[in-house]
Write a protein that binds this ligand. Structure first.
Ligand code: NAD
Length: 259
């Protein structure tokens, strides 16, 4: 497994879930991986498991990105994976009528500001080599409206657009720095815990979330990681500004599609 041999790859929010799966897959493909997370302990535990380096990095904090730039002024791959729904600390309203400005901004601070800061760092850290791959984890929720998760949906839509801006900017500068997004739908990770809850109706709730998904199941973090490996590798050298959807087929249809 040598698709990423000798590549230096940074993954944010890699202490668990999709980020941990991406870091694991990258290490498996021969990359030198820097596992970062705002939770230092989880980053360290993943790094120890896969033989990688760990670093605490809160994607909202400019000074944390500066510290990363000092430690690693040159990289090959960055995955902007860290993200929040806004429901981590309980069920607060996130619809467009009742969401508070504070909660709206808190979601954007991680998802959008974090991705902006990550892209900015990566362009500088890839410029010397003139090449690299930036992978932004957006979401199916950034492709459709989500009435009960307005900030999440808006921030993920903005990530898709910023991905294209970064791709065009780098190409315009004559750099082979590629920037693409991955748009997953429901992938079973700890992010779902507040929505699934505990108790006897947990399975029924999980089934309901994927009832409209043609493949009728949650995706697995490893399935998203496989796409990240492709985008990080030189096999994807002609891909930039593009989006890879991984959603069990849900966006292939719509309410207007014939049954
Ligand atoms: N799980 C899904 O169904 C799904 C679907 C579409 C998109 N996504 C996206 O995939 C990404 C990963 O999701 P997941 O399901 O693995 O989530 P998760 O909640 O399981 O893990 C998120 C990780 O990000 C870290 N994190 C949170 N805020 C951070 C910050 N400010 N700085 C650094 N790290 C921070 C957390 O500590 C955690 O380790 C997110 O961007 C999410 O929006 C997930």
């Amino acid at each position: 497994m040598t698709r990423l041999t000798s590549k230096l790859c940074v993954v944010t929010g890699a202490g668990r879930g999709i980020g941990a799966a991406i870091a694991t897959a990258f290490a498996h493909e021969g990359a030198h991986v820097i596992v970062t997370d705002k939770d230092a302990a989880s980053a360290q535990s993943v790094a120890a498991r896969i033989g990688a380096e760990a670093m605490r990095l809160d994607v909202r904090a400019e000074e944390d990105w500066d510290a990363l730039a000092t430690a690693h002024p040159q990289i090959d791959v960055l995955v902007n994976n860290a993200g929040v729904t806004g429901f981590e600390d309980g069920a607060v309203p996130h619809d467009p009528e009742r969401a508070s400005l504070e909660d709206w901004r808190a979601v954007h601070a991680v998802n959008l500001d974090g991705t902006f800061l990550g892209c900015r760092y990566a362009i500088a850290a890839m410029r010397a080599m003139g090449a690299g791959s930036i992978i932004n984890i957006s979401s199916r929720s950034g492709q459709v409206g989500i009435p009960m998760a307005a900030a999440y949906a808006a921030s993920k839509a903005a990530i898709r657009n910023h991905t294209k801006t970064v791709a065009l900017y780098c190409a315009g500068q004559g750099l082979a720095i590629r920037c693409n997004s991955i748009n997953p739908a429901a992938v079973m990770t700890p992010m779902w815990e507040p929505m699934l809850g505990t108790g006897p109706d947990r399975q029924a709730r999980a089934d309901a979330f994927v009832a409209d998904t043609p493949l009728r199941r949650f995706g697995r973090p490893e399935e998203v990681a496989a796409l990240a490996v492709l985008l990080a590798s030189d096999e994807a050298a002609y891909m930039t500004g593009s989006e890879l959807t991984i959603d069990g087929g849900i966006l292939a249809g719509s309410a207007a599609a014939p049954g």
